[in-house]
Design a binder for this molecule. Sequence first.
Ligand SMILES: C[S@@+](CC[C@H](N)C(=O)[O-])C[C@H]1O[C@@H](n2cnc3c(N)ncnc32)[C@H](O)[C@@H]1O
Length: 193
Amino acid sequence: MGGAAALGIGDITLLTGVLIAGALVVTYTLRLGAPPWPTTPRAARVLLSTLPDSMDGDILELGCGWGGLALALAARYPHRRVLGVELSPVPWSVARMRVLAGRVGNLEVRRTDLHRVDLSHAGLIVCYLQGSAMARLAERAVREAPPGCWLVSNTFALPGLTPVARHPVGDVFGTTILVYRIHGGDGDPADLA
Ligand SMILES: C[S@@+](CC[C@H](N)C(=O)[O-])C[C@H]1O[C@@H](n2cnc3c(N)ncnc32)[C@H](O)[C@@H]1O
């Protein structure tokens, strides 16, 4: 009997689902110019260690992918509201399911364009984006984010802004965590510890 004939209806449904999901991931990667590549556990550890213990305002993860880093932020700040936004439907669905499965009450994952998110109440913005998305975010952050808002980026710099700290992760990719404060502030919490 041939391989295709041996497939049951369940296998074919699963295979079709995987192919559609893969096609959607590729389509959105091309459209957004960013793959849903997650922050590695090692980079996440360094990133989390650079964050202040407290701050005013909302915590935003812009382009939260599969939700791993957003979940870690929600765990790090259990009494704060964390908003993760993601436009690519497959990673967004997975992130939503992880929040529901983990019953994470302080994390909302919304399917929306990060460039439409209100930054005016942000206390901490976390991102791992590249190219034009970083340029747009830098412009908006300067215009809209409150003074003292933290912005922490995995690898990619915000054009026109100077980081208050750079933390090399020490991995083979040369990953660096960049820490910014919008309109000044007291500097890097890791230096203050
Ligand atoms: C490199 S991944 C980072 C994922 C996650 N932040 C992390 O660090 O593990 C970048 C994510 O940003 C999302 N993204 C890019 N542009 C976006 C936009 N305009 N609106 C919403 N999400 C966007 C991509 O779909 C992708 O999942």
